[in-house]
Design a protein. Structure first.
Length: 282
């Protein structure tokens, strides 16, 4: 059993046509195994979360009761992108699992919505949000090392509280960004193979081999997004993460939650007079 499906081209050559569809089940099972193992680990084995106790920052008493976390624009982007992602996953994979319907039209329309929303997000995040808040920094790496030492039971300094996004969220964003980019770039090429409103069909744009690799990359990144989406939804509904999930709906989180998990020096909020202005985030 190979990881790809091949067919004989008009020239009599065996060419790659797409990934083997059993990988859909592999991706589903990988997501489910991750969440079962993680839930058991947190429930029975993980030590209580501990952070280095820093002296309380001056001015935290001036913080508002609700800490703004996601602007309305950032929330709208998130939910439009999420809706497009679900439509893409279901229209792509249900037919492969035997549910037949006219999926291609819904699929490229959702693909167009995803592409436009990501283009918007690139501009919004570069010019209106704190662009660097989602990329790992030196403190994240040091704290990850400390947390790993703690996990091994070795004595070490305690990790600091998080900036706006913990390292795990930053790494997740990086992987989703790469898979998203792969499905978008290949998906736009694949729109030349089907009838859309954008450009005339041109199945001769690429050679058979190049089309095969384009379809295989689209499928591989696509099944990866199954696992990534399961993991994302799992964390969103874990009880200790609900305040974060709620903030993606209402836009803010409580001051208590913010002070418990985040370092006001690493994630600066408006309302602390000596810290300068706030930065928005997605
Ligand atoms: C979560 C994201 C996505 C997933 C999981 C996904 C998955 C898939 C899968 C499994 C196929 C079937 C390919 C085959 O038969 O080998 C497909 C086809 C297709 N995808 Fe996507 N895709 C995604 C995003 C996109 C995007 C963003 C676009 C457009 C910008 C797009 C455009 C297309 C087109 C036009 C086809 C039809 C190709 C054909 O039938 O010849 N997809 N997609």
């Amino acid at each position: 059993m190979g990881f790809t499906d091949r067919a004989t081209s008009a020239l009599g050559k065996r060419v790659l046509i797409h990934i083997a569809w059993f990988l859909i089940l592999v991706a589903l099972i990988a997501g489910l195994v991750f969440l079962i193992v993680h839930a058991i680990y947190v429930r029975y084995f993980a030590k209580a979360k501990e952070f280095a106790t820093e002296p309380a920052s001056e001015g935290t008493s001036a913080l508002p009761a609700r800490i703004p976390r996601h602007s309305l624009t950032a929330r709208l982007f998130h939910w439009i992108m999420a809706a497009a992602m679900f439509v893409l996953l279901f229209t792509a994979f249900l037919p492969k699992l035997g549910v037949q319907f006219n999926w291609v039209t819904y699929h490229w329309i959702a693909g167009t919505v995803l592409t436009i929303s990501i283009l918007f997000h690139l501009v919004h995040a570069s010019f209106y949000l704190d662009f660097w808040s989602i990329w790992p920094d030196r403190s994240d790496i040091e704290d990850a090392r400390r947390r790993f030492q703690r996990f091994l039971g070795k004595p070490t300094e305690q990790p600091r509280k998080f900036a706006k996004y913990p390292l795990e969220n930053k790494l997740y964003h990086g992987v989703v960004m790469l898979s998203g980019l792969a499905v978008i770039v290949t998906g736009i090429c694949m729109m030349f193979r089907v009838r859309t409103i954008f450009f005339p069909r041109n199945p001769y744009l690429f050679s058979d081999m190049t089309w095969g690799m384009t379809y295989a990359l689209h499928g591989l990144a696509g099944v990866g997004l199954i696992t990534l989406t399961i993991v994302h939804v799992y964390f969103a509904i874990r009880p200790e993460k609900l305040p974060i999930t709620a903030s993606m709906i209402v836009g803010s989180m409580s001051r208590e939650f913010y002070l418990q998990e985040h370092d006001p020096k690493r994630w600066v909020i408006e309302g602390l007079p000596h810290h300068g202005s706030a930065v928005d985030g997605d």
